[in-house]
Unconditional design. Sequence first.
Length: 448
Amino acid sequence: MVASFTELGRADGGGLIAANPGPDLAAAGYVETEFAVRGEARAFEVVAPPGRGTHVAVTEVADFCTRAVVRQPAEGVHCSGTVIVEWLNVSSGSDAGPGYTYLAEELVRSGDIWVGISAQYVGVAGGQGTVGTPGSTPASGLIGQQRYQALSHPGDSFCYDIFTQVAGALGDSQGPLGHVDISCLLAIGESQSALALTTYVNQVSQLDNVFGGFLIHSRAAAGLPLHTPDRAIDLLPVFRQPATPIRDDLTVPVFVVQTETDILGDFRYHDARQEDGPLFRLWEIAGNAHADRYLVGPFEEFLGCSGPVNRGQQRFVLRAALRALIRWVTTGEAPAPAERLLTTTSSEGEIRFETDDVGNVRGGVRTPCVDVPVAVLSGLGRRDESRICRLFGSTDRIEPAVLAQRYRDVDDYLRQYTAATDAAIAAGVVLESDRDELLADAEPDALT
């Protein structure tokens, strides 16, 4: 049974949580439309260890009706033919598209299509999120609104195939992209959704081969469980599971992008680190957190953190990673390898980051905010903070006396910052089209 789409109409924001709404879609010539998507989805169980070939079996089939949000160029506006399908994140208890927030500027200027899929039970039916601001209550889910009352979700054992069925039907003649000559179909996911894509890549993706590549952003050491006895996956036990690298017999490119939080924080990705391969790349970004000021926007104060959250520049690296992945999928040209974040092990066996003279982490993918610093940018957050504040890292200003020794004056700082920007562009970790925005991210006022 091919999934079928019923238009719910246009909806500003598509019922998605977004503190940073991104570019004005209407002004850019984009149209946003929501769909109810009906179909049949399979649940799976593992029948053999990961390796070459399929190693799962179908245990059950169930009907579903979920939601998809499509943001695409209007008729007559340039369309690249690239479709980015995001596994919407439910860690707050409601659907959110953090991948879209980080990538939107690049998607819109390139004419790419973005699709957000409500793959997990909590996004549709509601429930308690695993992170949230102090005092937050369980979300009611989409079905708590009249607009979405036709939706139904059989549970997260079916979420992987729901993602497959909806994405695979987008370009069908009766699908919302049936009019598009799709040249590249990619899956992206951040945080909990990255854990889901880890499992999807390792255990499900090669059943149907729907996607041409994957961008996995901020995953943990392990992936989400393939099967759950409850309707909704319980995320917290996943952080205690054994490390799960990406399978070594990939048939399409997989690009993993990680922050400091993901490497040595609760996510423990250090345990799952692996070498680059013919179809695998790992970039680890210095000075960045699992989430940051760009993602939370003006709502930073509502997080209740004791100091400023991380103000790193991962959005620029993510945009470059996406463009590199598209090139990899369409031309076979692999992204340049990148140095890992540098770590050291104490005499007690504790793994720590190596830091430079001001306290920023060494190694990894470099941006101007860490190579020409005015602050110590950490992904590990401050001690005794809430879980959500730890995910958002920290920004601590460098003392003026230290800055005065490092930079002769504001002009010297700006010269060094510009040189670091151009070096990042030359290294392929920042796009030339982001140069002006990255230069505008400089902070000369820190020296005055």
